[in-house]
Design a protein around this ligand. Structure first.
Ligand SMILES: NC(=O)c1ccc[n+]([C@@H]2O[C@H](COP(=O)([O-])OP(=O)(O)OC[C@H]3O[C@@H](n4cnc5c(N)ncnc54)[C@H](O)[C@@H]3O)[C@@H](O)[C@H]2O)c1
Length: 429
């Protein structure tokens, strides 16, 4: 779990990062929270998720009436110049180039981890040991062993009044939160099927470079940990119970790719090459699973579904009805009430923009829809409420560990010709 210092990190430290940016103070950065106690956030990682989480922290207090006011106190990245530019754009008051220094700051209450999976455990464990609350991006870790250590530390920290949450933001789409409410109300009756796919296509080009998401040592796994983690969490959240076993297939279609010329992350084509290297993760993972209730599930995660950009689709079929959701139409939830007379029963579209739908009493009038970034605003909102109340946030690190066990069982099953593999079996793949 060691995290060696990167060359650009050392250079940036020499360049003097760590001082507050002139013209910014945490109070100015907070906004919308006059008179409220602050929740001072320090974020590690400043690219895709760093930008999304910044939006969340910046906006939550302007939209929702929060008990604490989020303050964008400091952001950390290894390139001092780049992280300063990001801090200026997104309203962070100060910058750091080593996450250890960020954690050591006494003006930080919560550490928000937006780095690749290989640093999640080190940063989270250190932050919890330093008395901070933690929000950690998904998947919780790269291995079950790391996730176990993190869940154990989070449990100990909870007894000291600290909270830890995983960034499974798709629970926070109003339509998925409404689906959860409807399942909990019993509208589907006994659940029979959960059918879920998460389809993207940004890896179809064999010349797309070998970024961190394509290397096992940095990402843990490929489509499985990147997309599969989301759909396992969402399926379990909506079903209200864990997956107990899986049978899986995994495949890597393009086994060698150009090395990125410089530091490259994200999903965009980075360009430039300096030789080629082996892809050490899956390009796709397909698996079936069982729930303890007797319901069955199917999962498909791929970054090779040509034409599909961010197509997370889930359908639940129960004895009394069905629900269906598509992330590419995220203001809508489809519902079929099977107790209605067959003559006029059928799927109907619920436009999830009413004030009594989850999160929507604080947003726009009915019909004025939300988007992807609002899930991060809702994530910040929910965590702020949990911190103020001292209640366990969901999804907890224990929930993140459970997802990690499913991912590990998928890898084990795929390595054994798809043999059915219980999720509670200790796994070393
Ligand atoms: N919730 C979601 O929908 C969602 C979407 C994308 C990514 N993610 C997760 O978020 C995390 C980050 O992914 P991303 O897409 O933002 O990646 P990215 O490549 O866009 O950004 C990663 C950032 O981490 C920084 N970083 C890497 N190692 C570091 C270290 N040791 N110290 C400080 N900074 C470091 C990089 O410089 C970069 O700023 C991953 O765990 C990923 O699985 C979640």
């Amino acid at each position: 779990m060691g995290q060696p210092q990167q060359p650009d990190q050392a250079e940036a430290e020499e360049a003097g990062a760590g001082e507050p940016d002139a013209g910014h103070s945490p109070v100015e950065a907070a906004g919308g929270g006059a008179g409220k106690p602050p929740l001072r956030v320090g974020m590690v990682g400043y690219s895709f998720m760093g930008a999304a989480h910044s939006q969340g922290w910046r906006t939550a207090g302007h939209v929702f009436d929060l008990p604490l006011s989020p303050v964008l106190s400091a952001v950390c990245g290894r390139d001092g110049q780049a992280v300063r530019a990001m801090a200026d754009r997104h309203g962070w008051a100060a910058t750091e180039t080593d996450w250890r220094n960020l954690i050591a700051r006494d003006d930080i209450d919560l550490v928000d981890i937006c780095t690749p999976g290989d640093s999640h455990a080190d940063i989270a464990l250190a932050a919890l040991a330093a008395g901070k609350h933690v929000l950690c991006e998904k998947p919780l870790a790269n291995t079950v062993e790391e996730a176990e250590a993190m869940a154990g530390a989070a449990e100990g920290a909870y007894k000291r009044g600290q909270l830890a949450m995983v960034g499974f933001n798709y629970r926070r789409v109003p339509a998925t939160a409404l689906a959860r409410r409807m399942v909990a109300e019993g509208r589907l009756g006994a659940l029979r099927h959960v059918r879920v796919t998460y389809l993207q296509d940004w890896l179809v080009d064999p010349e797309f470079p070998l970024t961190w998401r394509l290397r096992k040592e940095s990402a843990g796994s490929g489509a499985l940990g990147d997309l599969g983690a989301h759909i396992v969490d969402l399926a379990q959240y909506l079903a209200g119970e864990p997956v107990t076993g899986v049978s899986a297939l995994m495949e890597t279609f393009v086994r060698e790719r150009p090395l990125p010329a410089g530091a490259a992350g994200g999903l965009a084509f980075a360009g430039g090459t300096a030789g080629r290297g082996a892809v050490t993760v899956d390009d796709t993972a397909l698996f079936t699973g069982r729930f303890a209730s007797g319901a069955v599930a199917s999962f498909e995660a791929t970054r090779f579904a040509t034409g599909r950009k961010n197509a997370l689709r889930i359908e639940l079929n129960g004895e009394r009805g069905s629900l269906a959701f598509d992330l590419e139409r995220l203001n809508e939830l489809s519902y079929h009430d099977h107790t209605e007379p067959a003559a006029h029963a059928g799927f109907r579209r619920i436009l999830v923009t009413e004030p009594d739908h989850p999160y929507l009493d604080a947003w726009w009038p009915p019909g004025h829809g939300l988007g992807y970034e609002h899930t991060f605003v809702h994530q910040a909102r929910d965590l702020v409420h949990a911190v103020a109340a001292g209640t366990r946030p969901e999804p907890s690190f224990a929930d993140g560990l459970q997802v990690q066990r499913v991912l590990a069982a998928v890898e084990e099953s795929a390595a054994k010709n798809s043999v059915y593999t219980p999720t509670d079996t200790p796994t070393a793949v």
